[in-house]
Design a protein around this ligand. Structure first.
Ligand code: ZN
Ligand code: ZN
Length: 424
C-alpha cells in the first residue's frame, strides 16, 4: 500500500456549526475545529449517494485504511501545552508567551533539561510573567482574529408564522467563506476515489449542516528539517490511549515505543470533539474521554523511518477519525496572527467571544445589561457608561470591545448574547 498525503482545503459556502454535544438553553456553541470524524462522515455520505456502500473500496476507505485529520480554520491554531502565557500582559518588552519545549521559561536557556542547569528552577514551576505567575495553555484552539460569530435563529409560531419573542436562540457559527485546512492520509487508490467529491455538507451530531467546497490535493508528507537529536511533536486533535487490556490510560509515553521520550507536556482529559460516527452502522458513537489536544512530546533517538511512521499513523485508538494526530514542531509556539483577507464575511454581526476573555465576570454582567438596552448606540452614549463604577476601570482596549459589541450585535442576537455573558 502506497501511503499518500492529501492536503484538505474546505471553504464554507454557508455558515456552519460543528456540534459539540454541549448545547445550552439559548446558545449552541460550535466546536472550535472540524474533527476528522466529521470529514469522514460527510465524505461517506456523498459516496453512498453516488455508489452505495457495496462498492468494494467503501469499507477500506471508511473503516480504517484512510485517516481523516482534523481541520483548523485559517487564523486559528491549537495552543501547545508546553506554552506559558502571561495572563495580564502589560510590559511589552517581555514576551507574552514562552514555549518550554524550546527554552527554559525562567532564564531562557535553550533546551529542555529539567531542572534547568543554568538557573536550577524546576520546569513545572510557573515562570513569572509581568510580575505574576504565567498560566499554561491547555490545548484549546486559539483564534488570531474574530473567526466565529454568533447569529440568531428565532423560533417561528406555527400558526401565525411570526417570531416568538420568548423563543430566541443563538448559535455560534463559522461564517460563510471561512477556510479550513488539514490532511487526509491513505492509500493512493482510495484517496483518488475520495477526490471525486468536491462538495459535501459538514456538520455532526447537533450541528447545523453547511455546504462546503472541498479540495483534496496530493502533497508531500510533512518532513522535519532534521531528525538528529531531539524532535518535538505535538497533537492537534484529542487523543484516546488504551493500555494492553484495552482500558483507557493517560500514559502518553507508552504511545511512543520507538525512540526515547525526553519530556511530555500535557495530559489533561476532555470529552470535547470526541463524539463520532460509525461508518458500518451509520450510527453516532458516544463521546469518549480523551486527552486534550496540544500535548507536546520531546523524543530522541528516532530514525527517519520511525518518525515517518509516527506521522503517517498517529497515536492511540480511533486514529482513522483523526484522533491522536501528530505534527512536528520546529519553532516556539506563537499565537495565530490575523487571518488572511476574505476569511470572514464582514456583513455578519460581530460579537466576539475570544476578545471578551479578558473581561471579569462582573464586567461581563455589566456589558450584558447594556446589551439588553437595544437603543441605536452612538458616541454620545458612552460618557455615561464610562462614568459607572465598572466603566471607570475599563482600559482603552476593553472600551473599544464594549463599543464594538454594542454597535455591531444584531438586534435579534442581543438577548441571547447577554444571557450567555451572564452565565460566564
Ligand atoms: Zn506579560
Ligand atoms: Zn533556566
Amino acid at each position: 500500500m502506497a501511503v499518500e498525503w492529501l492536503k484538505v482545503t474546505a471553504t464554507c459556502q454557508q455558515e456552519i456549526t460543528i456540534g459539540t454535544g454541549a448545547t445550552r438553553a439559548f446558545m449552541t456553541p460550535t466546536n472550535d475545529f472540524i474533527p476528522g470524524s466529521v470529514v469522514r462522515g460527510a465524505l461517506a455520505k456523498v459516496w453512498r449517494l453516488a455508489y452505495g456502500d457495496r462498492q468494494p473500496l467503501f469499507r477500506p476507505t471508511f473503516d480504517g485504511a484512510v485517516r481523516f485529520g482534523p481541520l483548523l480554520a485559517q487564523g486559528s491554531d491549537v495552543g501547545s501545552q508546553s506554552v506559558w502565557r502571561c495572563k495580564y500582559h502589560r510590559n511589552h518588552s517581555e514576551p507574552e508567551h514562552v514555549d518550554g519545549a524550546f527554552a527554559c521559561p525562567h532564564c531562557g536557556r535553550q533546551g529542555i533539561t529539567d531542572p534547568c542547569p543554568a538557573c536550577g528552577v524546576p520546569q513545572a514551576k510557573a515562570p513569572s510573567m509581568c510580575s505574576r505567575p504565567g498560566e499554561p495553555l491547555k490545548g484549546a484552539v486559539a483564534f488570531g482574529t474574530q473567526v466565529k460569530k454568533v447569529v440568531a435563529s428565532t423560533a417561528i409560531h406555527p400558526d401565525r408564522m411570526t417570531a416568538l419573542e420568548s423563543s430566541l436562540f443563538a448559535r455560534e457559527v463559522f461564517p460563510k467563506g471561512t477556510v479550513f485546512s488539514g490532511y487526509i492520509v491513505g492509500d493512493t487508490e482510495l484517496n483518488q476515489k475520495l477526490r471525486e467529491f468536491p462538495h459535501v455538507t459538514l456538520g455532526g451530531r447537533r450541528s447545523v449542516l453547511g455546504s462546503v467546497e472541498l479540495s483534496l490535493d496530493p502533497t508531500q508528507a510533512p518532513e522535519p528539517i532534521q531528525t538528529r537529536g531531539t524532535v518535538i511533536l505535538r497533537t492537534i486533535s484529542p487523543t484516546i490511549l488504551v493500555d494492553d487490556t484495552g482500558a483507557p490510560t493517560t500514559d502518553v509515553a507508552s504511545a511512543f515505543p520507538a525512540g526515547k521520550v525526553e519530556r511530555i507536556w500535557g495530559g489533561r482529559l476532555t470529552i470535547d470533539g470526541t463524539s463520532g460516527w460509525h461508518a458500518a452502522s451509520g450510527l453516532p458513537k458516544p463521546g469518549d474521554l480523551a486527552l486534550a489536544p496540544g500535548i507536546v512530546v520531546a523524543l530522541s533517538g528516532l530514525g527517519p523511518d520511525h518518525l515517518r511512521g509516527i506521522l503517517d499513523e498517529g497515536i492511540g485508538v480511533r486514529r482513522p477519525e483523526g484522533f491522536g494526530w501528530l505534527e512536528v514542531v520546529e519553532a516556539p509556539w506563537r499565537p495565530p496572527q490575523r487571518a488572511e483577507q476574505g476569511v470572514t464575511d464582514p456583513r455578519l454581526p460581530d460579537t466576539n467571544r475570544p476578545d471578551l476573555e479578558s473581561f471579569t465576570p462582573r464586567e461581563l454582567k455589566w456589558l450584558a445589561g447594556w446589551l439588553r438596552d437595544s437603543r441605536e448606540w452612538n458616541a454620545s452614549h458612552y460618557p455615561a457608561l464610562w462614568d459607572t463604577t465598572v466603566g471607570k476601570n475599563l482600559n482603552h482596549h476593553k472600551r473599544t470591545i464594549v463599543r464594538s459589541t454594542l454597535e455591531t450585535t444584531a438586534p435579534g442576537t442581543r438577548t441571547a448574547l447577554a444571557s450567555e455573558l451572564e452565565r460566564s
